[in-house]
Design a protein around this ligand. Structure first.
Ligand SMILES: CC(C)(COP(=O)(O)OP(=O)(O)OC[C@H]1O[C@@H](n2cnc3c(N)ncnc32)[C@H](O)[C@@H]1OP(=O)(O)O)[C@@H](O)C(=O)NCCC(=O)NCCS
Length: 179
């Protein structure tokens, strides 16, 4: 099986998602607050959801080069996930990023460092020129993570998402390679 490893700092790394991460996905993603701030994570989060996510990423690991979805780890322990959603055609120099961290690990500066590493990977290894993040307007923690990494807010997209039956505004942030 192919592996991938980027050091974020001496304790934290970005690696491939592994089959034995299932129990930790289930432990972290029962947390509704993670669902509330993200778009693609189901709630309630079930065993089949973790299995499907692991299967998709095993397939990506075989087919994708370079890899664009990562587990965030301290040693062997899974802390969360992050990755790119690259665009194509005339936007192939751009990619959205996404990320989440298990709640016990919030507030320790981990994601600010991880997003710094994602930018390095995006600009240096993936050949990107523009990296974007859309966040729900009330996601102040995520906003701080982006501002810590020289992202700039470019606007507010009104009623951009429909979640749980309500239209939600999104703030769009971006960082250029030259910022
Ligand atoms: C957003 C998230 C990834 C942040 O990860 P983290 O490792 O806790 O982030 P950091 O510790 O690097 O930075 C958090 C920042 O938010 C600030 N913060 C903490 N609690 C806060 C609060 N209640 N309100 C506003 N800011 C807050 C911290 O002070 C820090 O800012 P600073 O570096 O300027 O002091 C994490 O909370 C998470 O997984 N949330 C749920 C999923 C999610 O929102 N994903 C992003 C979708 S766009």
């Amino acid at each position: 099986m192919r592996t991938v490893s980027y050091a974020v700092n001496p304790e934290t790394s970005l690696t491939e998602i592994r089959r034995n991460d299932k129990a930790t996905f289930l432990e972290y993603l029962v947390e509704k607050e993670i669902y509330d701030f993200t778009l693609a994570i189901p709630h309630p989060y079930k065993e089949e959801d973790a299995e499907e996510w692991i299967r998709i990423n095993e397939q990506r690991l075989e087919e994708e080069s370079p890899v664009t979805t990562f587990a965030i780890r301290r040693g062997e322990k899974l802390l969360g996930c992050c990755g790119f959603l690259p665009a194509g055609g005339p936007m192939k120099h751009t990619s959205e990023i996404g990320y989440w961290l298990g709640k016990p690990h919030w507030g320790q500066g981990i994601m600010s460092q991880v997003v710094g590493k994602l930018c390095e990977i995006g600009f240096n290894d993936l050949g990107l020129f523009r990296i974007t993040a859309h966040i729900f307007s009330h996601n102040s923690r995520s906003e701080r993570v982006l501002l810590n990494n020289r992202f700039r807010q470019e606007g507010v997209l009104r009623s951009h998402y429909l979640k749980d039956g309500a239209y939600r505004d999104a703030k769009i942030f971006a960082r250029l390679k030259t910022d």
